[in-house]
Write a protein that binds this ligand. Structure first.
Ligand SMILES: Nc1nc2c(c(=O)[nH]1)N[C@H]1C(S)=C(S)[C@@H](COP(=O)(O)O)O[C@H]1N2
Ligand SMILES: [Mo]
Length: 162
């Protein structure tokens, strides 16, 4: 079993890593976003840019997709890397503490200017909560996001009851 407080990054990378809250907090300030409400007034806390994580592992040229795995509720998305590479970030800290599970912590993937759910490959559903594993792949990987309104409504219903 993986440790849910660790973010594993592997796949098409030079060096796989398992990162803790402290590891993310130690990434250079140029890669930190202090106060994500500047991107989305509904969100709070601090984040590290995806580029900051990717620098730590070294992305191979063969990496074309990024897989976001949330083991906690078995939610997974696989999206093209290029369009999110420079803008996505991982929210990990609120008031100096790890992001709590209620807010999608300990690690929450976030893409500013995402499309509405299942409107596009890069949609709000791809803002995966409880991410414990980021996997770079050459081809599209496992993805169980809802693909119609009914499935999407069921997902939100389920979320509401947990
Ligand atoms: N792990 C996980 N991440 C998830 C989901 C989920 O069910 N599980 N739902 C997605 C959907 S459909 C939406 S709209 C947003 C909702 O995020 P919020 O609860 O912070 O508003 O999270 C996305 N990320
Ligand atoms: Mo959604």
């Amino acid at each position: 079993m993986g440790n849910e407080n660790v973010l594993r990054i592997d796949g098409e990378v030079e060096t796989s890593r398992e990162l803790t809250f402290e590891d993310l907090a130690s990434i250079d300030s140029s890669q930190q976003i202090i106060d994500v409400s500047q991107f989305d007034p509904k969100r709070q806390g601090d984040a590290v840019k995806l580029t900051g994580l990717l620098e730590l592992v070294g992305v191979k040229d063969s990496a074309k997709y990024i897989g976001l795995h949330g083991t906690l509720d078995n939610f997974h998305a696989s999206i093209p890397l290029a369009p999110v590479h420079d803008r996505a970030f991982i929210i990990y800290r609120v008031n100096g503490e790890p992001l709590d599970v209620k807010s999608g912590g300990p690690f929450r993937f976030y893409i500013p200017d995402h499309a509405a759910c299942h409107a596009d490959e890069i949609d709000e559903c791809a803002n995966v909560k409880f991410v414990d594993h980021i996997e770079l792949t050459a081809e599209r990987g496992f993805d169980n996001r809802p693909d119609d309104d009914e499935e999407h409504a069921k997902l939100h219903e389920k979320e509401h009851n947990t």
